[in-house]
Design a protein around this ligand. Structure first.
Ligand code: FCB
Length: 485
């Protein structure tokens, strides 16, 4: 009898054989070493060094120092017991000016990483673009410039050539919505612009970047599995009067990215200001963007609930929906939120998986991100008792099981994140990791959630309750010596 089943196997659920258990990170959030060995500057270096942009003025200059701790991090993954590791490549580490000359030491770092992963039996899942655009490309217009999309294809070709024998699963782009929304509409992320015209252009070009990267990878690696990672946001109308608002927001935030990939066209009901101008959509673009993919990468954190509400008399839990007077975002008092203020609604993941299954006509889905920030702290005993993260994982994995029961081809789950890291505009105050990072020394310490998730990953079984592993010893921290800066 499996140890998880001791004390009553009732309710223990098994995931399908071959289900992939992973964790994720991204280059700028963990690597640090921003000027090491020929790396060029990225838009995130510029943005974080601009006063007032990031909470407390934090930067990714050092982050988790993963550039210098490759072996430690692979050991962390191996101790955790996951099947796969999703990481991203820092574009300016490989192509310092975004195009042309290759920085060999940068490429060698990723070569060492993927080799070490494979040697440890961990499948590398490589994201080509997770937001750290070379500053040199931004200086020429960034994603508002069509050429940036072509340059992403160039990067993908370089990576396929150098790493293709070691990497069989590729994610082209991460969350085009956030690139456009926070990078070009609200300006809360690099490059920090707030310009609708640029945003509409960036929408088309980031999708085109996916298309060019897909084309390059496909040509070089015919048997690789390739797909984008997107973060469709569920908009749920709680009353009939706001159903049209939910539909409009769905076009604005979700279908504008999914329809081109699944159907080769932009949604007909997309607001004119957000629609990429016809002049930017050249012959062949939509074919490139909608070329066949092998999986859809779904990043899910939370849904948005909407109801009718008076903007002049907002009640507890309400926030106006910009552009839609009479509609408010609403969080019901019984719904718990994470420290990010994000409502915890596992059913949102189940529903989204079912929707994707229908829209993509049965394409396999990897949950490429899912996780929560919490106010984690180290106890005097040296443990981090993040029971809320254990609960979050348990609830969301139950939702995945429900989607599997409903016939959705969920191929794997990647928890965000392997370790606490630089959480963009929030800096280091938001901890999303299964491992606690002491940013002073760089030391990584497994949290209770690492213990829980590792057990699920190794056994493929979800215990009936998130408390089922209570009382078991916490995993050992890495010895101080091997983790010292
Ligand atoms: C997603 C990002 C990822 C991480 C999580 C919390 O939007 O893709 O890098 O910051 O949010």
């Amino acid at each position: 009898m499996n140890s998880l089943m001791q004390g009553g196997s009732e309710g223990v659920r098994r995931f399908p054989d071959g289900f992939i258990w992973g964790v994720g990170t991204s280059s700028y959030q963990i690597e640090g070493a921003v000027s090491a060995e020929g790396r060029g500057p990225s838009i995130w270096d510029t943005f974080t060094h601009t006063p007032g942009r990031i909470n407390r003025g934090d930067t990714g200059d050092i982050a988790c120092d993963s550039y210098n701790r490759l072996e430690d991090d692979v050991r962390l993954l191996s101790d955790l017991g996951v099947d796969a590791y999703r990481f991203s490549v820092s574009w300016p580490r490989v192509l310092p000016t975004g195009s042309g000359a290759i920085n060999q030491p940068g490429l060698d770092y990723y070569r060492r990483l993927v080799e070490a992963l494979n040697e440890s039996g961990i499948r590398p899942v490589l994201t080509v673009y997770h937001w750290d655009l070379p500053q040199a490309l931004e200086d020429r217009g960034g994603w508002a410039n069509r050429d940036t999309a072509k340059r992403l294809g160039e990067l993908a070709a370089v990576l396929a050539d150098a790493l293709g024998d070691q990497v069989s699963t590729w994610v082209t782009i991460n969350e085009p919505l956030q690139t456009v929304q926070q990078g070009y509409r609200t300006g809360t992320h690099a490059p920090g612009l707030a310009d609708l015209e640029l945003a509409a252009a960036a929408t088309h070009h980031i999708l085109l970047g996916h298309g060019y990267a897909l084309q390059a990878l496909r040509a070089a690696l015919p048997s690789a599995a390739i797909g984008p990672a997107m973060d469709p946001q569920p908009f749920v109308a709680l009353d009939a009067a706001v159903e049209h608002v939910a539909l409009a927001l769905d076009a604005e935030y979700n279908r504008v990215y999914m329809d081109p990939v699944f159907r080769g066209s932009y949604p007909a009901d997309l607001d004119g200001d957000l629609r990429p101008p016809e002049a930017l959509i050249l012959d062949g673009d939509m074919e490139l963007i909608s070329a066949p993919i092998d999986f859809f990468g779904l990043n899910y954190y939370r849904p948005h609930h909407l109801r009718s509400g008076d903007w002049d008399d907002l009640r507890d839990g309400e926030r106006p929906v910009a552009g839609h007077p009479g509609a408010v975002y609403y969080v019901a008092p019984e719904i718990q939120c994470t420290v990010m203020g994000w409502p915890i609604v596992p059913n949102g993941l189940r529903d989204l998986l079912i929707r994707l299954h229908e829209e993509s006509r049965g394409l396999p889905v990897y949950i490429t991100e899912n996780g929560c920030a919490a106010d984690d702290y180290l106890t005097p005993e040296g443990t981090i008792d993040d029971q809320e993260r254990v609960d979050y994982i348990h609830g969301h994995l139950l939702a995945v099981l429900q989607a599997l029961d409903a016939g959705v081809q969920v191929a794997g789950y990647f928890h965000w994140s392997l370790m606490d890291n630089f959480e963009w505009a929030e800096g280091y105050r938001r901890r999303f990791g299964l491992h606690y990072v002491d940013f002073g020394t760089g030391r990584r310490i497994p949290k209770r959630s690492a213990h829980f998730y590792g057990r699920v990953a190794r056994t493929g079984e979800l215990p009936s309750s998130p408390a089922a592993l209570d009382g078991e010893p916490q995993a050992e921290a890495l010895p101080e010596a091997s983790a010292a800066v």
